[in-house]
Design a protein around this ligand. Structure first.
Ligand code: FRU
Length: 529
């Protein structure tokens, strides 16, 4: 997004944050009702007020930390703070007080956090490593004065498991040389080059910087001016090594959010796969070829997965690369019809890198911990769909929160129209999602999902190119009160879309002439709050 004054209804009150304006209520699991209209029941959302990007994702001493862009005084974007929550299982979250407040250097924009295991920063205490947060500060006065150097990188540290934070007296650690967009640092320890590596966005490219101690940084390289999609400004990068599934090889993945310019409009996240040698990131030749045909490769083709990054310091014994995105889109995030809070996060996902016939591709799957929410499992018998199967009748489910795994099959010779799943209510509103074999596209159609008057950009039919193999498609759906996440063929393609029906979508049917359900399973899901 651009941060002009239109986004800041209370621009004068940045400094309120220097005194106590922590209005966050501690309504963690069990503590609050969390049953308002459109309130996500198993996705993270703030108890109240405005939230955007996930920040500072770090695992330490049994806790997954989730910091996030937060404005505690309104339900639209404003002077940014870091909100904070922790979870032991990635499913149930406990709200904690605001972690970082704006200060004289500016608001607290997006960034990351690491465990400084070897106390390279010297911020550790009593032999325990500090958590160090690395974030952008945005000085509104500088922007208003027409300057270009109003964003720069700062750090803060915590020695009490992220509960309280001290800002480094030497901030900013990377001043701005006059580049208008200069933000969203993501830091990791590179054990090969034995340095901290920071990647951050600078308008149409990312910058890589290196440091021995998180305080002193040197420029390593730039990447991206000629790569990928440039439909909008680059934001929120993440760079990390990952094992290529089923091999002993490692590749580096660079996630890169861009707004606007996503395949279905507005905000989206592309990625690159390549090598990093401690200085330069170079896309893999295989990946470059794959990219050249389609310009960019996207992590999620739905409208509502933005600014996502991965957790730092997940133990090697776990081994997963865990991802979380903001489940909204700058096209309409500030006007969606939720009353006292705005936005939720996607489900946490595990990312795997596979060498496919399209080249290296990231597969995303919801974390297995979510299976603990499964309540009543019902097997869906194999059947021809014909004129439609009402799964509400088969399952007897009343709950709005559901998980569905369906395997579809059809014959190459038969004319097959689009098929999929419809979520519906008694008001004639629905969301349809599935596959169109003729167009070779997955889709989520929310054109009839409810009143869309809040934004002309909302009621969309979103598509993702996808070629199935052997006339089969495996769909895994996670359905919450205001969102659906569709994982096709074990996460080969993902679409995440939000919706705001007048009444909950308790109805569920499968449709598609000429198509069979080969097997299926459905669960009602418990609330996580
Ligand atoms: C992405 C973003 C970041 C920025 C933050 C401000 O959604 O625009 O680039 O740091 O939001 O809230």
């Amino acid at each position: 997004m651009s941060f002009n004054i239109n986004y800041i209804p209370y621009a004068g009150i940045v400094l309120c944050s220097l005194v106590a304006c922590n209005t966050l209520k501690n309504s963690g699991p069990g503590g609050g009702a969390y049953i308002e209209k459109h309130r996500s029941q198993f996705h993270f959302s703030p108890a109240e007020k405005w939230m955007n990007d996930p920040n500072g994702l770090v695992y330490y001493e049994g806790e997954y930390h989730l910091f996030y862009q937060y404005y505690p005084d309104s339900t639209v974007w404003g002077p940014m703070h870091w909100g904070h929550a922790v979870s032991r299982n990635l499913v149930q979250w406990q709200h904690l007080p605001v972690a970082l407040y704006p200060d004289q250097l500016g608001m607290i924009f997006s960034g990351s956090a690491v465990v400084d295991w070897n106390n390279t920063s010297g911020f550790g205490k009593d032999g325990r490593p500090p958590l160090v947060a690395i974030y952008t500060q945005h000085l509104m006065a500088g922007e208003k004065a027409g300057r270009h150097d109003f964003q720069y990188q700062s750090i803060a540290y915590s020695t009490d498991k992220g509960r309280t934070w001290t800002k480094y007296a030497g901030n900013p650690v990377i001043p701005n040389p006059g580049i208008h967009d200069f933000r969203d640092p993501k830091v990791m320890w590179d054990k090969e080059s034995k340095q901290w590596v920071m990647v951050f966005a600078a308008g149409n490219h990312v910058k890589l910087w290196g440091s021995p101690d998180l305080k002193h940084w040197t420029h390593l390289s730039d990447f991206g001016r000629e790569w990928g999609s440039h439909g909008g400004v680059w934001e929120c990068p993440d760079l990390f090594p990952v094992r290529v599934d089923g091999t002993g090889e490692t590749r580096w993945v660079l996630l890169l959010s861009i707004n606007p310019g996503a395949p279905n409009g507005g905000s989206g996240t592309q990625y690159f796969v390549g090598q990093f040698d401690g200085k330069n990131f170079v896309p893999d030749p295989g990946f470059s070829q794959a990219v050249s045909g389609e310009k960019a490769v996207w992590l999620d083709y739905g409208r509502d997965n933005y600014a996502g990054v991965t957790w730092s310091d997940v133990p090697a014994s776990d081994g997963r690369r865990l991802f979380l995105g903001w489940m909204s889109n700058w096209d309409y995030a500030q006007v969606v019809p939720t009353a006292t809070w705005r936005s939720a996060m996607t489900l946490p996902r595990s990312l795997q890198l596979k060498n496919t016939n399209e080249g290296f591709r990231l597969f995303s799957e919801p974390v297995r911990e979510l299976q603990n929410l499964r309540e009543r499992g019902v097997t869906i018998p194999a059947a021809a769909i014909d004129d439609g199967l009402d799964l509400s009748t088969v399952t007897g489910f009343r709950s709005v929160t559901k998980e569905l795994v369906l395997e579809f099959e059809w014959n190459a010779a038969d004319p097959v129209a689009e098929f999929g799943v419809e979520l519906y209510n008694g008001k004639g509103e629905k969301v349809a999602l599935g596959y169109d074999p003729a167009k070779q596209q997955l889709f989520v159609d929310r054109t009839q999902s409810g009143p869309g008057g809040f934004s002309p950009k909302f009621l969309s039919r979103d598509v993702a190119p996808y070629v199935t193999s052997n006339q089969r498609l495996h769909l895994h759906l996670l359905i919450d009160a205001a969102s659906v996440e569709m994982f096709a063929d074990n996460g080969a393609r993902v679409m995440t879309d939000i919706f705001f029906p007048t009444e909950d979508f308790t109805g569920l049917r499968v449709y598609g002439k000429g198509v069979r359900v080969a097997s299926g399973k459905a669960w009602e899901l418990k609330k996580a709050w």
